[in-house]
Design a binder for this molecule. Structure first.
Ligand SMILES: Nc1ncnc2c1ncn2[C@@H]1O[C@H](COP(=O)(O)OP(=O)(O)OP(=O)(O)O)[C@@H](O)[C@H]1O
Length: 520
């Protein structure tokens, strides 16, 4: 089980680490290698949890149980009529995908209250680390997301944990498409810390766009973190930020999540400008996503079925692509990933103070700071002349154009292993569509094993902007974050660290491109 970051110094004094209560109850806070755990010496509790608690086998003493700090949701002193009680709420692991809130209650009449208060504060400090406690959340639940069931998942798997963590919840079940945008456009950004979407990635797209449409867009995107509870079929955002595609562990990751700057992208098409947080695609992947809506009941499997159905058709998508490339060459990209990964501690917004600026940015193209709305477009719109220093190419045989801002696009689909959360760069992969079927199958199936990155058939670049212009086709699929947009030219540029999310570790949870550790 993942642990939160090491608690900030100063370390607790020994009296703050061990709490001795009546009836032989000892509560010990143990940090250090492999621990970060509350040990509870309590015969009765140990008897009830004979073998395991929170997924941790009980070692050594048969009267001691272990609860990782990561699972601690809250601790408080309940002051009753002449009887004070220490109450500790934690997430008990029912299975690897399900947590249930549970409580420890101990009478503390024989212990000075100040001692217990100090111990409680130490426990909370260790358990939350850099994460904000008791977040105020606007929760949006899309009852029609993915295979359905988001309302049930929210009620049973998530809400009880959020409540046990004493989060302040304002819940809306959406009634129509676009409501996420409307709500976030009008949101009182000083009344909330986070917008949590219980949905697929579509509702997160609406939230970013709602915040982006405001006159104070930049402030709103910095002040309000966006978090995802996976209830759709792809659930990319949660895979990347929570390291999970199921609601229970994701709920815990959101409770303990760290505010982190995330790159966002502006897409201009016709006279429209929209924000994209995840991806844009044209070709086989776009068709598999948007052309399989009728298979929604299959959950994530609908993408596999879509790929299999299309791979033999050798369909090509003629187009012009112009790119402002920042890093070319797979070895250089691995080296960039390594650099970024090793220095990424800086990517976290160290606390929740809204005045903390976004993460340090590695891109050379920082946008000028003008006004409070969305940053101005550095490269103009799709209707402007193409900048001269962009690499332009005509692609007659394109099979797949895929631009990603996150690594996983769905569970087991780490399409962009070199993606970094706020390096100010977008990852673009391109492959032809007329490659032999068996090689195509090999290429597509190698994504699941994270072996596609080094394949010669696949080009992989890091870019700051591009323009895509379809040619010789009357209609087709263009996907922006999984939403269909008109089959017309579009242009995209990245905004370094413009958005804010809650992440488990201040970076994407994916493993990186194969062999990045050895790159120089
Ligand atoms: N109550 C509702 N009725 C109809 N549409 C809704 C409602 N609430 C939200 N939507 C729309 O549903 C779209 C898809 O939502 P979402 O991403 O949450 O689920 P999904 O598409 O099923 O998930 P995935 O992208 O993983 O397949 C969103 O663009 C949103 O506009």
């Amino acid at each position: 089980m993942a642990q939160p970051d090491s608690p900030a110094e100063p370390p607790a004094k020994s009296a703050e680490r061990v709490l001795n209560l009546d009836n032989g109850i000892h509560l010990t806070l143990r940090t250090g290698l492999g621990s970060g755990t509350l040990f509870v010496r309590d015969k009765e509790l140990a008897k009830r949890n004979r073998t395991r608690l929170c997924g941790i086998a009980i070692a050594g003493s048969s009267v001691e149980v272990a609860i990782p700090y990561y699972n601690i949701l809250w601790a408080t002193i309940f002051r009753g009529d002449g009887r004070n009680e220490l109450v500790i709420d934690y997430a008990a692991e029912k299975s690897s995908t399900q947590f249930r809130p549970a409580k420890l209650r101990y009478d503390i009449h024989g212990t000075p209250i100040a001692t217990v208060e100090a111990w409680v504060e130490t426990l909370l400090r260790y358990s939350y680390g850099q994460a904000q406690r008791q977040r105020r959340a606007k929760v949006l639940v899309n009852p029609h997301a993915g295979p359905g069931g988001a309302v049930r998942l929210w009620e049973h798997e998530v809400k009880p944990l959020f409540e046990a963590a004493r989060m302040e919840l304002d819940v809306v079940t959406t009634t129509h498409g676009g409501e996420g945008t409307e709500i976030c456009q009008a949101l009182d950004i000083y009344a909330y810390d986070v917008v949590v979407v219980c949905s697929g990635d579509g509702l997160a797209y609406e939230v970013f766009n709602g915040l982006g449409k405001r006159a104070d867009a930049r402030k709103a995107l910095q002040k309000i973190a966006v978090a995802h509870i996976p209830c759709g079929s792809g659930n990319a955002m949660s895979c990347n930020l929570n390291g999970s595609y199921v609601p229970g562990p994701s709920a815990l990751a959101v409770i303990k999540g760290i505010r982190t700057s995330v790159d966002l992208m502006s897409v201009s098409q016709g006279s429209q400008r929209m924000l994209s947080f995840l991806s844009q695609s044209v070709g086989i992947v776009a068709e598999c996503d948007l052309g399989t809506e009728h298979l929604r009941w299959l959950g994530a499997k609908r993408f596999d079925v879509g790929i299999a159905q299309r791979i033999f058709s050798k369909k090509v998508y003629p187009c012009d692509i112009a790119v402002k490339v920042e890093i070319e060459g797979k070895d250089q990209i691995k080296a960039h990933y390594k650099q970024n990964r090793n220095g990424e501690v800086q990517n976290q917004k160290i606390n929740d103070d809204e005045s903390i600026p976004g993460a340090p940015l590695s891109t050379k193209d920082i946008q000028p700071d003008v006004g409070e709305g969305l940053p101005p477009l550095r490269f103009g719109t799709v209707n402007d002349p193409l900048p001269e220093d962009w690499q332009a190419a005509s692609c007659d045989k394109l099979g797949n154009f895929y631009c990603g801002n996150m690594a996983w696009m769905a569970p087991n689909a780490n399409f962009f292993p070199a993606a970094c959360i706020n390096d100010g760069l977008m990852d673009v992969i391109i492959n032809d569509g007329d490659i032999p079927s068996l090689k195509y199958i090999d290429l597509m199936t190698s994504v699941e094993a994270n072996k596609h990155f080094d394949k010669q058939l696949l080009s992989y670049q890091k870019v700051v902007a591009y323009r895509f212009t379809p040619r010789n086709q009357t209609d087709g699929y263009i996907s922006i974050d999984g939403e269909r947009v008109p089959f017309e030219p579009f242009q995209v540029e990245v905004h370094p660290g413009l958005g804010t999310v809650l992440s488990k570790s201040g970076r994407y949870e994916a493993n990186g491109p194969p062999g990045w550790e050895e790159s120089v």
